[in-house]
Write a protein that binds this ligand. Sequence first.
Ligand code: ATP
Ligand code: MG
Length: 270
Amino acid sequence: MMLVKEEQDKKKGELSYLNGEIIRVEGLNAWYGKNHVLKDINISINSNCVTAIIGPSGCGKSTFIRCLNRLHELVPDARVEGKVLLDGVNIYDEGIDPTEIRRRIGMVFQKPNPFPNMSVKDNVLAGLKFSGMKDRKKLDEVLRSCLEKAFLWDEVKDKLDLSGASLSGGQQQRLCIARALAVEPEVLLMDEPCSALDPTATAKIEELIISLKREYTVVVVTHNMQQASRVADYTAFMYLGKIIEYDKTTKLFENPREELTERYITGKFG
Ligand SMILES: Nc1ncnc2c1ncn2[C@@H]1O[C@H](COP(=O)(O)OP(=O)(O)OP(=O)(O)O)[C@@H](O)[C@H]1O
Ligand SMILES: [Mg+2]
């Protein structure tokens, strides 16, 4: 599915890439049946950064990130047009395997969703085992390193065989992050990952998001503007299916270009 390197480099040249860009979205439109919910989205996501997506309920934030790893098309009657280039290759090109895209671009949802009837350990390793990995030593290494990266190892190292569902909500969310990391993604999409959590659990996830960008690129949808300003390097403000403004987080919050952004971040609507 990958283009050979030369072809990739050529494509990159043609697109005159920004430094460090990992995803480029070009003319993205999305529909549910006749409802046109994403309207000509163009955006570049920088690698090893946290990018926040903010905007009022129903503006298309979840739909947008679900278009970034081909989850949108799983909804009956849903449709996408436009390009999402991951390292210069359009993930919607013919012959691209959506499962491989979803491995490279993982997703963490609003409500922690560990596999029910599965231990902590099996939750983390499910994806790898499914892909046929049997090497016990390697599996144990991945288990530990992913739980460490998800700031969960110390809390669960003596509970690896307990059900994932027996953990607290915040621990379950970190378990889901560990599970996403186990298949070695490049990008992690998070859809309001803290909205079901208390302030302490939220603070832990925020700290975790910031630490993840050393190795991964994170795109996080949030309703919480303080959260966006704490964790995100870049922020995009969406309204009625469009990206109204996209900039460095400090710029967008302190000195927005658009009046609509200003009105939203000062709580005048939404
Ligand atoms: N599965 C679906 N089937 C049909 N329409 C949908 C579906 N999911 C979302 N929509 C519609 O698409 C539009 C965008 O929804 P989306 O969930 O992307 O917004 P959002 O910004 O994530 O909102 P929220 O902040 O409430 O999560 C809305 O009009 C919504 O009603
Ligand atoms: Mg949403």
